[in-house]
Write a protein that binds this ligand. Sequence first.
Ligand SMILES: Nc1nc2c(c(=O)[nH]1)N=C([C@H](O)[C@H](O)COP(=O)(O)OP(=O)(O)OP(=O)(O)O)CN2
Length: 198
Amino acid sequence: MRIRKLFKFENAHIVRNCSSDRCKHSIHGHSYQIELILQADRLDNGQMVYDFGLLKSSIKDIIDSFDHAICFWNKDDPEYIEMCKKFSARWISLPVSPSAEQFSRVIFFWAQSILDQTKMANGEAGVSVYSVIAHETATGYAQCFAEDITNEHMGLLRLEDFEFSEQVMQEWTDPKMYQKLIAGEPFVNPEVTLQVKA
Ligand SMILES: Nc1nc2c(c(=O)[nH]1)N=C([C@H](O)[C@H](O)COP(=O)(O)OP(=O)(O)OP(=O)(O)O)CN2
């Protein structure tokens, strides 16, 4: 069984080395729509794969990091990176270039990392990310699956290789969220009192 939750954000970037001229030399923005698709082969006490409401805490916060932010590849020109950091309070440094393909991989990787560390509290079991679709425009999207995340030909993804500006972190519900993720600390879901016995 699969469920899907839609997230939206506005983000600016340059994608170096691509074929489209407008894309590789000029800062430009997109109104992204992200489809996060989760899967499980059993249902929780509410007879759901995973309550949509639970996706509105850490997973929403981390995806929302991109909103009204500029993101850049950490291998870009140091002068450009310095300029992004100087003139934008909200920025994200990525270990991969910010193409639609990499947005889908990065968001899959973060969401799965959070789920892996989540202490479930309502009978959820085996919940994992099935796929992430990153719509960059109304006409173009990239979709990734589990095998794409560990595919080193597409770039290595490690939690410690991402960096968020102070402003981005301060706007999370828990400004220490990413530190917790790197340290392997648990993300605890709220307790649920059962009213009807199965
Ligand atoms: N496979 C990819 N191709 C392109 C990406 C990408 O991330 N992955 N990104 C871009 C640019 O960021 C560009 O702004 C979007 O490209 P494009 O679809 O050509 O944009 P348009 O606004 O011209 O879209 P239309 O709907 O066709 O008007 C380029 N390619």
